[in-house]
Design a protein around this ligand. Structure first.
Ligand code: HEM
Length: 151
């Protein structure tokens, strides 16, 4: 059972990557076009930001459960010093998790600060900066050498 639960969650986490990326891109483009077009932050900026952080939260939850099921993470924690020398063990045991949690934090800060901003321009600028950095981190933290879409 744990093995099939592991592969099921890994597949969902794998496919959800595309929704996270798409929603991040939409939130960044919406912030840019809202800023340049002088639009009201609500609903466009707020809704696209909330969709992005919702997919990130879901991905984080799946990733957290995967941390307890993944053989790579288990191998890393059984011997962190030895694990640091093996690319996949180091990546899934530490790098992927640290980078993605940082990306999650930046996305949340961006959404919270843009919501509280005093005017629409500031709200869009805040969202643009924090979401763009978050998106760059996500792109850097994805194991692109693994299958791009596995069902
Ligand atoms: C937010 C915190 C996250 C945590 C704690 C986390 C954790 C994990 C873990 C433990 C694995 C399993 C490695 C394995 O056993 O093979 C994994 C794989 C993976 N993660 Fe994450 N992850 C997170 C966020 C993300 C995000 C934001 C994305 C992309 C948008 C992502 C994309 C992937 C991909 C593509 C794989 C490989 C899936 C496969 O090869 O089937 N992860 N992640």
């Amino acid at each position: 059972m744990p093995a099939s639960l592991y592969s099921l969650l890994l597949t969902i986490h794998d496919v959800l990557r595309w929704l996270v990326l798409l929603s991040a891109l939409v939130a960044v483009v919406a912030a840019l076009s809202g800023l340049l077009g002088g639009r009201s932050f609500r609903p466009l900026g707020r809704v696209t930001g909330v969709v992005f952080i919702s997919f990130m939260d879901l991905q984080f939850l799946l990733g957290l459960i995967l941390c307890f099921l993944s053989p790579w993470v288990a191998q890393f924690w059984s011997s962190p010093a030895a694990g640091m020398k093996v690319k996949e063990v180091r990546f899934f045991g530490m790098e992927h998790i640290v980078i993605m949690i940082a990306a999650l934090a930046l996305a949340h800060i961006g959404a919270a600060r843009s919501k509280r901003a005093s005017d629409d321009g500031k709200a869009y600028r805040t969202a643009l900066v924090w979401f763009s950095i978050s998106l760059l981190l996500i792109l850097a933290g994805i194991p692109w050498w693994r299958p791009l879409f596995q069902i």
